[in-house]
Design a protein around this ligand. Sequence first.
Ligand code: F6R
Length: 248
Amino acid sequence: MASVRIFDTPAVLARALAGHIGRALAAQPALVLGLATGRTPIPLYRELVRRHADGRADFSRATTFNLDEFLGVSADDPRSYRAFMKKHFFDHVNLTPRRIHFLNGAVRPGRDVQRECDRYERAIERAGGIDVQILGLGMNGHIGFNEPARALVARTHATRLKPATRRANAPLFGNRVGAVPREALSMGMATILHAKRIVLLATGSTKARCVERMLAGPVTPRLPASFLQLHRHVEIWLDRAAESNLEV
Ligand code: F6R
């Protein structure tokens, strides 16, 4: 059973979670963090940067793995998820560059894609696995880019983005949905479920229905986030707007 924590506002949630991560880092400086992009974790990154500036979060020995990246978009492209992370987080904390891990969206189509996915899985394994995986929640129930489907892929893989996901990412591409790549690389469902601890964040009323289905509905690949019900140490951190459909 997932533990659900509810906060008055996204800002309060972000402060609490940043405190949590700061303390986890103090207890375990070589923490391996799984990170998400998107609108939801931006306040968290802001708080972590603030804690770091105040000397309350030291990332020098930490390792990070991001969940996903667009295919056909290189790391230095300002529209990449890597650039998003640089802007909101990496450029403002003392992570060691070689311990920042990202899927390479610029990989050549074909066999190199599988090689890149295998490389990522091995890197996660070599790091000893992910200690704390931060997740956002897609409006259609995706986590990472594990989109609703008849069946899910266990490990890191290339995936086709749903039209709704491309629309949600249009702001990164000058609000032109047509410019959003059709494919991406993503950790798979098993990659995510192997994290020792998972913290999923959802804020805003647009996520309320999906949160309810994720927690109270059946475990189904039609709502990939429902697979989190299978994990022993998953926490769902919500603001009041996102929990409004739950009976808690
Ligand atoms: C991005 C990711 C996605 C987002 C999800 C929610 O790295 O993994 O699953 O977490 O699309 O996005 P926002 O937070 O923008 O609603």
